[in-house]
Design a protein. Structure first.
Length: 87
């Protein structure tokens, strides 16, 4: 992920993973192409993608799904909380 984003881990324990992303590739790319609103589409796809990829976890961005650099925030929140026992 290093070439695409800068990521900082906030919480990492058995039932929850939370990290912040700064310097997002998609935001940089589309901002340089003068179409920063297109980066927001990648943020919106995350919810559906992570639900399918990790069905035992709920993905969210805290108080708002717009907590992303593409929506003008300082960083993007990626929070995964376990909703089902994998066993």
């Amino acid at each position: 992920m290093g070439q695409f984003v800068e990521r900082t881990q906030v919480v990492n324990h058995e039932h929850k993973l939370h990290y912040e992303v700064r310097n997002c590739f998609f935001h940089r790319f589309y901002s340089q192409a003068d179409t920063p609103e297109l980066a927001q589409l990648f943020c919106e796809v995350d919810d559906a993608f992570f639900a399918a990829a990790f069905p035992g976890y709920r993905f969210h961005r805290g108080e708002s799904m717009q907590n992303t650099v593409a929506h003008g925030r300082e960083h993007c929140d990626f929070i995964f909380e376990q909703i089902a026992d994998p066993s």
